[in-house]
Structures are given as structure tokens and as C-alpha cells.
Design a binder for this molecule. Structure first.
Ligand code: NIG
Ligand code: FE
Length: 391
């Protein structure tokens, strides 16, 4: 029989279960307790009503929320791009071209070095409360290098995304059509067994709408589900294509027309906002308020990668979203937990309700609002993953 643990004396519990607690989307319970049985949540409610269990943890009058679901990262890479960042902070602008620097470093790295790098950033993210992460290939751009990136990623997460279509490989600079044929043919065959998702960077300097449609459709035929890097650097067809193909997520969504916003609001495609990218590229902020007011589902993620957003910190992204994207603290916390789960089409994570995975974060603060109220302060004080305390 699995052992059970009760966490008591929780000042504020975020359940993301509107049927419990205060009835808000966050399903807040004050003076709460959570019971964990094995790897699942067994019970949530008021502390005074908590059932007896084998083990007891005192939260000390602090806040507990679901572990963060980082539904967009690029963590299989080698090297860094400090010089490019420095140049940007001196006035240079961000382009997709910098990706080539990381492609060269990644191709040159051993499997061991790539995995050690991935493990390093995963541990960093876990310490900051991330209990689920999605990650992508996209810095190999050959059949072998893309497949090995996915094999390495799949050893650490179920949420693996094939992004052979990050940019046209430098080896095919003179023949992009041949590269699209590779991405939808031999490379897809080698990669599909290791991935759940297929992604494409639909942008000037990367892939246009027709190429993106061909790539995602080919992936779908091999059992991969689409998600898209859409409308990051300019207006374009990415968001509309995401909705047309019922992609789980349109990521970035920085440059949106009213039609794009309407399309998202009337679809199951989540708008995943990545404010670390706008921070690190000094770009305009995505308009989260406009999306939320229209009724779209919004997720918040890090986009952690060495080029456009080298942060693994979801709390940092929450603070940016509240300060600069006009989200309320409640909305930002929901988007970084339940929103991320929606962007991965998951209901077993991102919420603390009976039956869900016991992925929890304990804050050294009395409420989740402190994640935005106390920016830059390492507030995550405990992390449970699948019922086991891991930080
Ligand atoms: O999501 N936009 C495309 N890909 C990444 C950036 C990758 C890089 O610059 O290395 C992004 O921002
Ligand atoms: Fe990205």
C-alpha cells in the first residue's frame, strides 16, 4: 500500500479546481490541507477537516500551489550566446539568424555533454517550482542530430517536441524546399518515435505559412500533434494556421490582429505567452489583457533557450506578466499552472484535486500573489513531484 502524507497549516492553497474553495478559477482555500496518496492528490480542504495519514508536514502558514507547467522550452543545446545578448543590449535587434550559432555548438557536442546541460537546467527549473516541462529539438537540423536531441529529451520528459523546422538548416540555405522535404520525410520518420508534438517557427527568416502547413500536416499524419511558434517577430499566418489545424498552442503571440485574437478566443488553441523572450530581446510585450478579455485561454512559459530567453524561472515570467502584460496575479499564476497544462492538453497536472498528480510547490510566503509582489526573490521553498519531495 502506498503511504499517505498530509500537508497542513497552509495559509493559501491554490487548487485550480473551481468546484472547491472560493469558486474562483484558482479554487482558493484558506487555512487548508492537502493529502497525498502515492503519486496522486487524495484530498484537499480545510485543515481542521483533514483525514488522518501516515505522515504530516507543517506548511507553517505559507502558500501551496500546483507545480509550474512550463509548456515551452528549448533545453537540448550546447554553448551560449552571451555576445549576441550583449550586442542586443547595445542596440542590435534579435533575428532568427542567431539560432545558427547554437546549431553549430550543438552539433559539435557529445551526447553526454548535451544531456549534462539539459539536466543542469532541469534541476535549476525544479528548484524554482517547475514540475512539468516540455522541450524541443531544433538545434540539430540534420536527421541524426534532431533524432538524438529528442532521444535525450525523452529520457527526462514525456512532453517532447520535434522542431526540425526551427530554421532552414544552413546546409540547405540555397534550397529551402529540399529542407522542407527532409523535415517532412526522412527526418520526420527518424524523429516521430521519440516525440509527442511537432512545432514549426512560422516567421520571416524561418518558414512561411504554406511551408508550416505542409510540415505540421506531415507530422500529424505520423501521429504528432501540432503546436506553433507564431507571430513572435511580426504579424503573420501562424496563429490562424494554429487554429485551423487545432494546434494545442500558438506560442509567442506578440503581434496579433483582431482576427487572430478572435480566432484564438473561439478555439481550443491556447495562446502561450513567453515574456522572457520580450524581456531578453527588448521587444514589445504580448497583450495578455486583450487575449483574456476576448476569452482566449492563456498559458505562461519560459521559452528557456540560449538565444532569446535564457531564463528557467517561471516566477520571473509571472512577475513580468503582471507588471508588463497587465495580467492580475491570479491570472498569471493560473496561466503558469493550469494554462500550461491546457497547452499540453493535460488534465492530470496543473491542478490540485483528487486524482491529479501530486506535483506541488510550497512558497516561503503566505499567498501566491507574492510571486509578483516580491519579484526576483527565491520564494520557492519546497517542491513535490509525483508525491515525492524533490526540493
Ligand atoms: O522561441 N523563436 C524561435 N525560437 C526560439 C529562439 C531560439 C534561439 O534564438 O535560439 C524562441 O524564441
Ligand atoms: Fe521557443
Amino acid at each position: 500500500m502506498s503511504s499517505s502524507t498530509v500537508i497542513t497549516n497552509i495559509a493559501t492553497l491554490v487548487t485550480n479546481d473551481p468546484s472547491s474553495g472560493d469558486g474562483s478559477p484558482l479554487g482558493l482555500i484558506q487555512d487548508a490541507a492537502v493529502v497525498i496518496d502515492g503519486d496522486r492528490i487524495a484530498w484537499t480542504g480545510e485543515s481542521s477537516k483533514a483525514p488522518a495519514t501516515d505522515n504530516r508536514v507543517d506548511a507553517g502558514g505559507r502558500a501551496v500551489l500546483p507545480g509550474f507547467v512550463d509548456s515551452h522550452s528549448h533545453l537540448v543545446f550546447a554553448g551560449d550566446r552571451t555576445q549576441e545578448f550583449n550586442a542586443r543590449m547595445s542596440g542590435r535587434s534579435y533575428t532568427a539568424g542567431g539560432i545558427r550559432t547554437t546549431v553549430a555548438a550543438t552539433r559539435a557536442a557529445s551526447d553526454e555533454d548535451l544531456e549534462a546541460n539539459l539536466t543542469h537546467y532541469l534541476a535549476e527549473a525544479l528548484r524554482q517550482g517547475t514540475t512539468t516541462f516540455e522541450t524541443k529539438s531544433g538545434y540539430g537540423l540534420t536527421v541524426e542530430d534532431e533524432a538524438r536531441a529528442l532521444r535525450i529529451a525523452a529520457r527526462h520528459t514525456d512532453e517532447v517536441t520535434y522542431l526540425g523546422a526551427h530554421i532552414v538548416s544552413p546546409d540547405y540555405a540555397d534550397d529551402p524546399a529540399a529542407y522542407v522535404a527532409l523535415v517532412t520525410g526522412e527526418m520526420l520518420d527518424a524523429c516521430a518515435p521519440h516525440a509527442r508534438w511537432i512545432d514549426v517557427f512560422c516567421e520571416k527568416g524561418a518558414f512561411d505559412g504554406d511551408q508550416a502547413r505542409a510540415i505540421l500536416t506531415a507530422g500529424r499524419a505520423k501521429g504528432l500533434h501540432p503546436r506553433i511558434h507564431a507571430n513572435q517577430l511580426s504579424y503573420g499566418p501562424g496563429v490562424q494556421l494554429a487554429v485551423e489545424l487545432d494546434a494545442a498552442s500558438a506560442d509567442h503571440c506578440t503581434h496579433l490582429t483582431d482576427t487572430d485574437v478572435d480566432a484564438l478566443a473561439n478555439s481550443d488553441t491556447v495562446a502561450t505567452l513567453l515574456p522572457g523572450a520580450e524581456f531578453s530581446t527588448r521587444a514589445q510585450w504580448p497583450d495578455a489583457r486583450r487575449l483574456l478579455d476576448a476569452g482566449a485561454t492563456v498559458a505562461l512559459s519560459t521559452d528557456c533557450n540560449p538565444g532569446s530567453s535564457f531564463t528557467s524561472s517561471v516566477p520571473f515570467c509571472i512577475a513580468l506578466a503582471v507588471r508588463d502584460m497587465r495580467m492580475t496575479p491570479d491570472e498569471a499564476v493560473w496561466s503558469a499552472t493550469a494554462g500550461g497544462a491546457a497547452a499540453l492538453r493535460r488534465t492530470d497536472i496543473g491542478r490540485l484535486a483528487p486524482g491529479a498528480f501530486a506535483d506541488l510547490t510550497l512558497l516561503d510566503a503566505p499567498s501566491h500573489v507574492h510571486l509578483a509582489y516580491r519579484p526576483g526573490v527565491p520564494l520557492v521553498d519546497g517542491v513535490w513531484r509525483r508525491g515525492v519531495r524533490v526540493a
